[in-house]
Design a protein around this ligand. Structure first.
Ligand SMILES: *[C@@H]1O[C@H](CO)[C@@H](O)[C@H](O)[C@H]1NC(C)=O
Ligand SMILES: *[C@@H]1O[C@H](CO)[C@@H](O)[C@H](O)[C@H]1NC(C)=O
Ligand SMILES: *[C@@H]1O[C@H](CO)[C@@H](O)[C@H](O)[C@H]1NC(C)=O
Ligand SMILES: *[C@@H]1O[C@H](CO)[C@@H](O)[C@H](O)[C@H]1NC(C)=O
Ligand SMILES: *[C@@H]1O[C@H](CO)[C@@H](O)[C@H](O)[C@H]1NC(C)=O
Length: 203
């Protein structure tokens, strides 16, 4: 008798909890989706606000398809920023970029962009960055030691700029580095011995 009495209750409790967990799952899914699109739009917004693309287009929804030099993954996250210098030059807007918006950026390719000022230390918070090419610009000042935090970096080209003083020994932390070009700058002092321990370095 007792078991007949309890069974439907258990079933009811079970189905309520399944129902609730479905609501929970779908509502967190929705929140995640909203977060995602806000996040994605913020990548385009960051580029516009700093004026990198505003002469070209002001529609962040166009960023993956129509902005020259912007490449996205299937989810619409910006993975590569590589504008052809003949389309647009980033120039002195480089230092104003909010790098904390680009959590999926793999390649930042800005040679011949008339970049000026110094390297913003915040560049080192790009967690996925593997290729960084800022060669043939007017960048000056010292290299920030925080560059040593870009642990995924494979390629680093700062050649033909106006950097001065010491090469930070923290570059020796970049264990995945294959190419490092710091030539044609105004560095002084010895090459840090830490760089000798970069086993993958070929150039
Ligand atoms: C985008 O907006 C900026 C600032 O409002 C403006 O100067 C620029 O001309 C706009 N660009 C285009 C392509 O409409
Ligand atoms: C940079 O972007 C992050 C994340 O989108 C935001 O929280 C922060 O306020 C921005 N900082 C500036 C100075 O705009
Ligand atoms: C960086 O870009 C310049 C100009 O496109 C190119 O010549 C150079 O080979 C690039 N550096 C690396 C390490 O690929
Ligand atoms: C670099 O990493 C160190 C150690 O994790 C941390 O203390 C420092 O704040 C980081 N610097 C930047 C600019 O992210
Ligand atoms: C390093 O950069 C300079 C100037 O951009 C270039 O002439 C040289 O070939 C590069 N070195 C290597 C090993 O790629």
């Amino acid at each position: 008798m007792a078991s007949i009495d309890y069974e439907p209750k258990r079933l009811a409790i079970l189905s309520i909890s399944i129902f609730l967990s479905c609501i929970f799952v779908s509502s967190t899914g929705l929140v995640a989706a909203l977060d995602d699109s806000a996040l994605l739009a913020s990548e385009g917004k960051a580029l516009l606000e700093r004026g990198w693309w505003s002469q070209y287009s002001n529609l962040t929804s166009h960023r993956c398809k129509y902005w020259p030099g912007i490449f996205c993954d299937q989810a619409g996250r910006i993975t590569k920023i590589s504008p052809p210098p003949e389309f647009l030059k980033v120039g002195n807007k480089f230092g104003k970029m909010n790098f904390s918006c680009f959590s999926n950026l793999v390649r930042l390719h800005l040679p011949n962009h008339e970049l000026s000022g110094s390297i913003p230390p915040q560049i080192s918070i790009l967690p996925q960055l593997r290729y960084l090419n800022l060669s043939s610009n007017y960048l000056a000042g010292e290299l920030p030691s925080s560059l040593g935090n870009l642990s995924r970096l494979v390629e680093l080209d700062f050649s033909s700029n106006n950097f001065i003083n010491y090469i930070p020994p923290e570059l020796g932390n970049l264990k995945n580095l294959v190419t490092l070009n710091l030539s044609y700058n105004g560095f002084s002092g010895p090459i840090p011995s830490a760089l000798c321990h970069l086993d993958n370095l070929t150039h």
